[in-house]
Design a protein around this ligand. Structure first.
Ligand code: IPM
Ligand code: MG
Length: 356
């Protein structure tokens, strides 16, 4: 198959991980007779430096014309002082919304080899950690109204959190469908004791529930969920939640699996053209030092193969290669533990390639 992949090399340590992911994709292509072409796209800090805009329309257009987008991570101290509209993060938000990617899928699964790196007690880890956060990605407070104005001599800031029934329904459906393909348990996470948007979420979810009688459906307040994720994560299969709650809970969920450097994500909308990115940031503190963990980016590429290109076998092989290098005891600094071998980003890439 021929696939055109838009590649956002990203900022700080991001190009280092993207490079390894592309080496892996090239190896997969060579082995299975595919042709992957890569179209570089500037977004975030790189685009601010080149064009004074974190995602110019011509760069978004390249993504829209692609079969899918691979992203490392964007942002860094260099661009931190900029006003909201010009920040690197704004490019990412515009990309997600410009591509209509409303469903963000963030798996939290413990790799048995990394159990010792989890901050949770062994007995909790032993009960198993294998759930997915299905995060609504292009609505809510991220895309509401944002203003700061002076009222009676002081500044007052306002961020609104709008959700329509149709926005909730399409992501709620993804939640139920995802649960149907797994252990058939869905938890809707909200703040229905306080927020109108959450009460509307529940109303829509109850309607959907009737279409999925096989799914064991429950609801949980977000504060309680944050607590339950560290108390007993084994209770979760699929969590469906609004944009900001999903942002926060998915960071928590990734950490209990050992390292945020291991967690990939997919973002999809109405078509098979998706965005695939690690959930971690651009790690400016270790940029250029060959220390960053490339695995989340490599696993994101594997998710692209599986979900956008229908290449399940190829994706399985990449995931098995990652599993094999963990078995060999190779670790980057973020997930290092006693008795393992510390390797850099490139050596980790080399080891994964050697398995393919
Ligand atoms: C994420 C990030 C982004 C988000 C930032 C960079 C805007 O934290 O992908 O989780 O909040 O969505
Ligand atoms: Mg986040």
């Amino acid at each position: 198959m021929n696939k055109n992949i838009a590649v956002i090399w990203g900022d700080c340590s991001s190009p280092e991980i993207v490079e390894q992911a592309i080496r892996v994709l090239d190896k997969v292509a060579q082995k299975h007779g595919h042709t992957f072409t890569y179209t570089p796209v500037a977004m975030g800090g790189e685009a601010i430096d080149k064009y004074g805009d974190p995602l110019p329309q011509h760069e978004l257009d390249k993504c829209l014309a692609s079969d899918s987008v691979l992203l490392g991570a964007i942002g860094g101290p260099k661009w931190e002082g900029l006003p909201g509209e010009q920040r690197p993060e704004k490019g990412l938000l515009r990309l997600r919304s410009g591509m209509g990617l409303y469903a963000n899928n963030r798996p939290a699964k413990i790799w048995p080899q990394l159990a010792a790196a989890s901050p949770l007690k062994q007995e909790i880890v032993d009960r198993g950690i294998d759930f997915i956060v299905v995060r609504e990605l292009i609505g809510g407070v991220y895309f509401g109204e944002h203003t700061t104005k002076e009222v009676d001599g002081q500044l007052v800031a306002l961020d609104t959190m709008p959700y329509s029934e149709s926005e909730i329904e399409r992501i709620g459906r993804i939640g139920f469908e995802t649960a149907m393909k797994r252990r058939k348990k869905l938890t809707c996470v909200d703040k229905a004791n306080v927020l109108d948007t959450s009460r509307l979420w529940r109303k829509v979810m109850h309607r959907l529930q009737e279409e999925y009688p096989e799914v064991e459906y429950s609801e949980m307040f977000v504060d309680n969920c944050a607590m339950q994720i560290c108390k007993d994560p084994s209770q979760f299969d699929v969590i469906v939640t609004e944009n900001m709650f999903g942002d926060i809970l998915s960071d928590e969920a990734s950490q209990i699996t050992g390292s945020i450097g291991m967690v990939p994500s997919s973002s999809l909308g109405a078509t098979s053209c998706g965005l695939y990115e690690p959930i971690h940031g651009s790690a400016p503190d270790i940029a250029g030092q060959d220390k960053v963990n490339p695995i989340a980016c490599i696993l994101s590429a594997a998710m692209m193969l599986r979900y956008s290109f229908d290449m399940a076998q190829e994706a399985d092989e990449v995931e098995a290669a990652v599993n094999a290098v963990l078995d060999q005891g190779l670790r980057t600094a973020d997930m290092m533990s006693e008795g393992c071998t510390l390797v850099g980003c490139k050596a980790m890439g080399d080891a994964i390639l050697a398995q393919l």
